[in-house]
Design a protein. Structure first.
Ligand code: ZN
Length: 167
């Protein structure tokens, strides 16, 4: 655990206790170099979940990576942070509750895209285009067309009611 202040890797744990809700462990740490003290929250039971990526590599599940991928998709869409947090929580809980400790990145991608579809269609299309969640390019095009149609509808509705009378 690197010191957030000076970056030195020599930090030691000075106190450990479970968090109030029991889902994580709170640790007070102190940097051996600059004496900076900081707190970390660890989720021991969740650290064991592994993600198998498309290229076959396996790495520990990383909530911040999941969130970063979703945040890229919702960029500049009017979607509240708490909505993103809820989505991440929801997907994380779903994969953690599976019996297996190994989940493929495509399963995670599907879980996210299902939920994004309900939240925001543009974010959804951005997400699936990055994660290649569609196996069929035609299916992707249909989704994209549907989203573009929705956007045009939104635009039409935002125009004054009499704007079409003088055409
Ligand atoms: Zn330090």
């Amino acid at each position: 655990m690197d010191c957030p202040d000076c970056g030195d890797e020599r930090t030691r744990v000075i106190d450990t206790e479970p968090s109030a809700d029991g889902t994580s462990v709170r640790r007070r740490r102190e940097c051996q170099r600059c004496s900076f003290r900081f707190t970390t929250y660890e989720r021991p039971a969740w650290n064991s979940l592994q993600v198998k990526k498309r290229d076959g590599a396996v790495e520990p599940f990383d909530r911040s990576k999941l969130r970063a991928g979703i945040e890229r998709a919702v960029e500049k869409r009017r979607i509240a942070d708490r909505t993103v947090t809820k989505l991440v929580d929801d997907v994380e809980r779903t994969v953690q509750e599976r019996e297996t400790r190994l989940v493929t990145s495509s399963v995670i991608g599907e879980l996210v895209s299902e939920r994004l579809h309900e939240i925001d269609r543009v974010a959804y299309v951005r997400f699936v285009s990055v994660y290649e969640a569609f196996s069929d390019p035609e299916e992707f095009r249909r989704e994209l067309d549907a989203v573009l149609d929705d956007e045009v509808d939104d635009f039409d509705r935002s125009q004054p009611a009499d704007s079409s009378s003088n055409t």
